[in-house]
Design a protein around this ligand. Structure first.
Ligand code: AMP
Ligand code: ZN
Length: 449
């Protein structure tokens, strides 16, 4: 597998630390609100990479954190804790809030057929590991104290900002006079006079961990340091991931991860889909509008993950049409088919080229269209590839609504009576319901549009 490594800005062949195994860490959701489909786009890309590695034969260990504490409203070191703020607003406990949104997030992953990580690691359950890591940094002279917390001194870490060529830390980080440099960031924040539901004692005072330290502490506790692949959305490159690297490498003198893979943004109109800006759509909203989550999965996985993805209904319509063409091939099950080896090699080669999904889907369409393969062979091959695509082909069943069944029956009767105009009218009605009828030598066949 070759992936574009943000660290070296090159496509590189993945050479795992342990033969036959891949360790991967993904920055997970901050659970104070519903995840939006932009977040889910990133988790779909990560799922695709994981499945592609498994398809290559690797055993994959995948850890994802759940941020239930420490992520502040500014995304930097000021403002309120997002979870505490939402708890206050809803008059609930922080635990109730985080459980509710984490459960919803897990349901979203399931609906999208995203394989769950080996572990969801909650930040609040790794407080000791985070404190230990800060102690190590303190001992090595990488920290300083301000009125509101313990900070990482980025000037002491010479390589600071190597990821995405960030050097000054100016972007996105607000200027704060109490810090030595804008890029410096909080490792531990004091509760101070604020009334907080989630706070812990520490050698520096009662408080809570900064947002970045959890990923450093959790990833290395669960996977070791270094591990193979670190994943996330592109918004995390400049600040969050550079900070993770600085903390972990300063503390241990070893790289944190060998490959850094980032998924490009999903856009809504011209802007990034974003929780804090409020311009976002959730998966439940898509479902309410009548969209099958699998259509969204198809839309994301058929695109190149490093290009920004424009979300629109038109894009969904075209994804649905393509997906239904694949599903229609499974309307009647055939057995005894054989996996086409030649095309599987081409499919795998596309995956191995930095998840070149447009090329992988070219192979899919070529297989579907060829008349040199039997339907049984096509089904067997697609079922094999579906280990990566995750479109649920194994369990796919054409569900025909009662109304459509009735229309089909009526049409058959009118055809027998040779009432062609009525039969055409009924076909139009069937099409309006999202289905169509194809008259084949073996009788009329119903397909999904
Ligand atoms: P958050 O819950 O904000 O910490 O984000 C969870 C994941 O979604 C992170 O990997 C982010 O980088 C990613 N993400 C946030 N917004 C977008 C977006 N518009 N498109 C793609 N990924 C995103
Ligand atoms: Zn992270």
């Amino acid at each position: 597998m070759r992936v574009f490594n943000t660290l070296t800005r090159k496509k590189e062949t993945i050479k795992p630390i342990k033969k036959g195994q891949i360790s991967m860490y993904a920055c997970g959701p901050t659970v104070y609100q519903s995840a939006h489909i932009g977040n889910l786009k990133t988790y779909l890309v990560e799922d695709l990479l994981k499945r592609a590695l498994q398809f290559e034969g690797y055993k994959v260990k995948h850890i994802m954190n759940i941020t239930d504490v420490g992520h502040l409203t500014s995304d930097a070191d000021s403002g309120e804790d997002k979870v505490e703020k939402e708890a206050k607003r809803q008059r609930k406990t922080a635990k109730q809030i985080t459980k509710f949104y984490a459960d919803e997030f897990k349901r979203d992953l399931k609906k999208l057929n995203i394989l769950p990580p080996n572990k969801f690691a909650w930040a609040s359950q790794y407080i000791k590991s985070q404190i230990d890591l800060i102690k190590k940094l303190e001992k090595k002279g990488y920290t300083y104290r301000t009125a509101d917390g313990i900070y990482f001194d980025t000037s002491k870490f010479k390589k600071y900002g190597a990821l995405g060529r960030q050097t000054t830390g100016k972007s996105r980080v607000t200027h704060d006079k109490s810090k030595k440099r804008d890029a410096d960031f909080a490792l531990w924040k004091f509760s101070g006079s604020a009334k907080r539901q989630q706070e812990w004692p520490s050698p520096w005072g009662v408080g809570f961990p900064g947002w970045h330290i959890e990923c450093s502490a959790i990833s290395t506790k669960e996977l070791g340091q270094p591990f193979d692949i670190h994943l996330g959305g592109e918004d995390h490159i400049l600040v969050h991931h550079n900070n993770e690297i600085a903390q972990s490498e300063a503390a241990c003198g070893k790289p944190l991860a060998h490959y850094w893979v980032h998924s490009a943004f999903m856009l809504l109109g011209k802007d990034k889909m974003s929780k804090s800006k409020g311009n976002f759509i959730t998966l439940s909203e898509l479902e309410k509008r009548g969209w099958d989550p699998m259509v969204f999965r198809y839309l994301v996985i058929s695109s190149q993950y490093r290009s920004k993805l424009n979300f629109s209904e038109t894009a969904l319509v075209s994804a649905r049409n393509s997906l239904n063409k694949i599903y229609n091939l499974f309307a009647a099950r055939k057995t005894g088919g054989r996996v086409c080896k030649k095309r599987t090699r081409a499919f795998l080669a596309a995956l191995q080229d930095d998840l070149n999904m447009p090329a992988a889907f070219e192979v899919v369409w070529e297989l579907i269209k060829t008349d040199k393969k039997s339907l049984a062979d096509k089904q067997a091959t697609l079922l094999h590839w579906d280990k990566v695509l995750g479109l649920g082909l194994k369990d796919y069943k054409l569900v025909i609504p009662a109304k459509v069944k009735e229309l089909v029956k009526k049409r058959e009767v009118t055809r027998k009576k040779k009432n062609w105009s009525m039969s055409d009218k009924l076909r139009g009605e069937i099409q309006k319901q999202g289905f169509d009828i194809k008259d084949t030598p073996s009788g009329a066949k119903l397909i999904k549009l």
